[in-house]
Design a protein around this ligand. Structure first.
Ligand code: ADP
Ligand code: F6P
Length: 324
């Protein structure tokens, strides 16, 4: 049932992602265009519970498009996962005259948004995570920047790896999702990728492939390991002991979450943020904006959260074919 909204809040939650600022800008300016008032909620749900709420206007979001991170800051908030925390959040919204909140974040943040919606606060989610792991959407804000940052870093590691004729394990982000590892696997011409969705723990098979590659004259061996598998440093030690090939581990870490957003991230973020504000203006609630089959659409939050996403098998098979 649509409920008229006059004032909305916007927050960023969970891991930050380059492009979140473009999404905030689009939410604020579209909402103002639609005649709504906008409040910025700092530090995700934590800032909602501590009432860190500021008025925003068109100029509050000037000159932020090109900046990484999020001007609203972000946080993880355990208290908000409890029914008491959610009830308090809804009460604080009512106290500040906030009829709805645009939540920019990942699945966890959308779970929180679903809870707020059930308590009568309109919510719209915008997919913001470098992991590309939101099942209802083929794109998530931050992925393009993160994967380009990782690709450039891996190119550099590759140069030194070749000079020293070493094996390199490079760990990229993705606790539960291997999209960054898969894309870097292709883009960096890696010899192997270890994905949380696929890796069976068979290190001996990995070692055998390294030995075969060396026999075929390869000067380096780049293995891209997703964070969800981890243990890159100890894996490097075991590979060196088993193959006799000098092996180094490089963990790229949080550098992948920062930096100037790419054009793609800015554009997707702008359109998704604007769509979210338009849904708010229509009085919609409990929806997630998504990009699917070449179009911007929206899904019911619970439906979106029940969807599953997996690494496309054909892409994984093509990767393996190309390294042979
Ligand atoms: P992401 O949104 O990137 O998946 P998290 O999983 O860390 O990141 O979730 C971000 C925040 O969303 C959490 O710190 C918490 O405040 C809120 N959240 C996560 N799960 C729930 C839940 N089941 N119910 C209510 N709030 C939740
Ligand atoms: O959600 C993005 C992500 O970068 C994951 O790939 C990673 O596991 C997680 O965030 C790490 O978050 P933090 O170190 O900020 O807790």
């Amino acid at each position: 049932m649509a409920k008229a909204v006059k004032t909305i809040g916007v927050l960023t939650s969970g891991g930050d992602a380059p492009g979140m600022n473009a999404a905030i800008r689009a939410v604020v300016r579209t909402a103002i265009h639609e005649g709504l008032k906008v409040k910025g909620i700092m530090r995700g749900y934590a800032g909602l519970l501590s009432e860190e709420i500021v008025d925003m206007d068109s100029t509050s979001v000037s000159d932020i498009m090109h900046r990484g991170g999020t001007i609203l800051y972000t946080a993880r908030c355990m208290e908000f996962t409890t029914p008491e925390g959610q009830e308090l959040g809804a009460q604080i919204c009512r106290k500040h005259g906030i009829d709805g909140i645009v939540v920019i974040g990942g699945d966890g943040s959308f779970r929180g948004a679903g809870k707020l919606a059930a308590l009568g606060i309109n919510t719209i989610g915008v997919p913001g995570t470098i992991d590309l792991d939101i099942a209802c959407s083929e794109y998530t804000i931050g992925f393009d920047t993160a994967v380009n940052t990782a690709m450039e870093a891996i190119d550099k590691v590759r140069d030194t790896s070749t000079s020293h004729e070493r094996c390199s394990i490079i760990e990229v982000m993705g606790r539960n999702a291997g999209y960054i590892a898969l894309w870097c696997g292709f883009a960096n011409g890696a010899e192997d990728i270890l994905l949380p969705e696929r890796y069976d723990g068979n290190e001996q098979a990995l070692i055998n492939r390294i030995i075969d590659n060396r026999k075929r004259g390869k000067k380096h061996n780049i293995i891209i390991n997703a964070e969800g598998i981890g243990h890159s440093t100890s894996m490097a030690r075991r590979i060196e002991a088993a193959t006799g090939i000098e092996t180094r581990a490089t963990i790229l870490g949080h550098m992948q979450r920062g930096g100037t957003p790419t054009c793609k991230d800015r554009v997707y973020a702008s359109i998704m943020g604007a769509k979210a504000a338009l849904l708010m203006a229509e009085g919609k609630s409990n929806r997630v904006v998504a990009y699917k089959n070449g179009a911007y659409v929206d899904f019911d939050i619970q439906e979106a959260l029940s969807m599953k996403k997996d690494i496309p098998e054909d892409q994984y098979e093509i990767f393996k074919m190309l390294v042979r």
